[in-house]
Design a protein around this ligand. Structure first.
Ligand code: SF4
Length: 444
C-alpha cells in the first residue's frame, strides 16, 4: 500500500489543525486533525506511522497488516455522534453534516439526493441496490435529528433496479417516499432537488432549510447510520472508477476506500490504464461536469466521487474559442484548462445569464436546468471573432445553444465531450429526454 495522504481541508470551511506529530503510531479511526472553525474532524484511515505533517496534509506510512477494526467514536446523543464522526456532504459539497442537521426543520423534509447526476458515476445507485436497509435507517436518523416528518428519495427514473429495491424496502414506512427525477443535468443541485420534490424555487442565496428541508446525499445518510450504529468515524469513501481502463469502460465501484488513497492505486484496482489504442488525455477527479484534472499521486478525500481517465482531446489547431460558463458545470478555470488541452485560443468568455455571482465568488444558477435561452451569448462569441465555442452548460441550455450556434456557423463542443466519448455516453447537445416524469402512485 502506498503512502496515505490525508488532506486537512476536505470540507466547506477552514482547514483542520493537526493533533499528531511525525513518528506517532495511528490506527484506523484515530483522530488526527480537528476543526479550527467551520469544519469536521479528520481521522486516520489506516494503521501506520505518521511520516510527515505538512501545511495541507498529514502523510502516513501504512503498516503491512490492516485489521478491519477501528477506533470508535464515543456513544451519545445522535447529533453529537454525527459531529464527532466528522461526516460531511459526500456528494461533493463537503458541508459538515453535523451543522446541517442541527437546524430544526419543524416537521419538514429530509430529501435524499440519489440523483447521481454526473454521468458515469454509479456508486450511489449501487449503494441503494446493495445496502438499502442501512441507507433507510440513516435517513430515519437524519429525520429524527433534524425534526423532519417526511423523508423522500430523489432518484432518476432510469435507475429501475434501485427504485424497485427502495420500493420494497419502504413498504412499511409511511413517512418515506420516492420522487422520480428526469435524466437531465443538473438534477442533483440541491435547489433543483427542492424544486423537483417540493415545487418550491429557492433564491440562489437561500438554503433548503427555507423550505423546511435538508438535502442530504445518499452516501452521507449511510455514514450517519454507521456513526450511530457502528460508532464509525468518517474515514472511507465510495468511489467509481470508469473510463480508459483495461478491460473496457464499465464502471468499477469500490465501497469504503480509505480516504487518502492515491488515484494510481484506485486505477490499478480497476485494472490499470488502457493505453493500447492511444495515450490518456487526462485523469479527472470527480464527475465529468464538476470534476477537475488530477495526477496519479493525488489522494482521494471524503468528497471524491469519481476517477476518470479519458481518451485524447480533439485538436482545434489554435482556433479562436468562446467559452460559455455554467454555474453547475466547470468553472472558468476548468474550461480554460479544457480549451488549452484542445489547443484552442480563448477570445471571449461569457456566463449563462442565470448564473449569479455569490459573495464567495462562486456561481449559482437561478433555476438549475431550465434554460433562459443562449442566443445572445452565442452572438457575443461571433462578434468577438470565435469560430468555435466550448460550453459547460446543463442539458437544457446545451439544447438551446444548438438552436443558434450552427446557424451562425460556430462549431460547438461541450467541455465533457472527451469524457462522454470515453465512457460511451451521448454527447451533451440536443435534449432528447422529457424534463418531466410521471410519478409513482402514492409517491411510492
Ligand atoms: S440555466 Fe445556465 S447556469 Fe443554470 S444550469 Fe443551465 S447553463 Fe447552468
Amino acid at each position: 500500500m502506498n503512502k496515505v495522504q490525508i488532506l486537512l481541508r476536505q470540507h466547506v470551511g477552514a482547514p483542520c489543525a493537526p493533533i499528531v506529530a511525525v513518528g506517532d503510531k495511528v490506527k484506523k479511526g484515530t483522530l488526527i486533525a480537528t476543526p479550527t472553525g467551520l469544519g469536521a474532524n479528520i481521522f486516520s484511515s489506516v494503521y501506520g506511522v505518521v511520516d510527515e505533517v505538512l501545511e495541507d496534509r498529514i502523510n502516513i506510512i501504512p503498516d503491512a497488516e490492516q485489521p478491519d477494526e477501528y477506533e470508535c467514536i464515543a456513544e451519545g446523543d445522535h447529533l453529537q455522534m454525527v459531529k464527532d464522526a466528522g461526516i460531511v456532504g459526500m456528494g461533493g459539497a463537503g458541508f459538515p453534516a453535523g451543522v446541517k442537521l442541527s437546524a430544526d426543520l419543524e416537521g419538514g423534509y429530509i430529501l435524499v439526493n440519489a440523483a447521481e447526476c454526473e454521468p458515469g458515476l454509479k456508486h450511489n445507485i449501487r449503494q441503494i441496490e446493495e445496502n438499502v436497509e442501512m441507507t433507510i435507517r440513516g435517513l430515519k436518523y437524519c429525520m429524527e435529528i433534524a425534526n423532519a416528518k417526511k423523508g423522500v428519495f430523489a432518484i432518476k427514473k432510469k435507475n429501475e433496479k434501485a427504485i424497485e429495491t427502495l420500493r420494497a424496502a419502504i413498504v412499511n414506512e409511511p413517512d418515506i417516499t420516492i420522487h422520480l427525477l428526469p435524466d437531465i443535468y443538473p438534477m442533483g443541485e440541491e435547489r433543483a432537488v427542492v424544486r423537483e420534490v417540493l415545487d418550491v424555487l429557492l433564491e440562489p442565496t437561500q438554503l433548503p432549510s427555507a423550505a423546511h428541508a435538508d438535502v442530504c446525499n445518499v452516501e452521507t445518510i449511510l455514514r450517519v447510520a454507521e456513526a450511530i450504529e457502528l460508532r464509525k468515524p468518517s474515514f472511507s469513501k465510495n468511489v467509481t472508477v470508469v473510463g480508459k481502463i483495461k478491460g473496457g469502460n464499465e464502471p468499477h465501484v469500490f465501497f469504503d476506500v480509505p480516504v487518502g488513497t492515491d488515484v494510481e492505486t484506485l486505477i490499478e484496482m480497476a485494472g490499470g490504464l488502457d493505453e493500447e489504442d492511444g495515450p490518456i488525455g487526462e485523469i479527472v477527479m470527480g464527475g465529468p461536469f464538476t470534476g477537475k484534472a488530477t495526477t496519479p499521486d493525488a489522494p482521494i478525500t471524503k468528497t471524491t466521487g469519481g476517477i476518470i481517465p479519458t481518451i485524447e482531446f480533439p485538436d482545434l489547431h489554435g482556433a479562436p474559442v468562446g467559452l460559455l460558463v455554467c454555474a453547475c458545470g466547470g468553472n472558468e478555470e476548468r474550461m480554460r484548462d479544457v480549451c488549452a488541452k484542445m489547443n484552442g485560443k480563448v477570445v471571449s468568455v461569457a456566463e449563462c445569464k442565470q448564473a449569479q455571482r455569490q459573495k464567495n465568488g462562486s456561481l449559482k444558477c437561478e433555476n438549475p436546468g431550465n434554460c433562459p435561452g443562449q442566443a445572445a451569448k452565442v452572438l457575443q462569441f461571433k462578434k468577438d471573432g470565435a469560430t468555435d465555442i466550448i460550453i459547460g452548460n446543463c442539458s437544457d441550455c446545451s439544447n438551446t445553444v444548438m438552436g443558434s450556434a450552427p446557424k451562425m456557423k460556430l462549431r460547438t463542443w461541450h467541455m465533457t465531450d472527451h469524457i462522454m466519448r470515453t465512457i460511451g455516453h451521448p454527447l451533451y447537445r440536443h435534449l432528447t429526454v422529457s424534463k418531466h416524469v410521471d410519478q409513482l402512485p402514492n409517491g411510492k
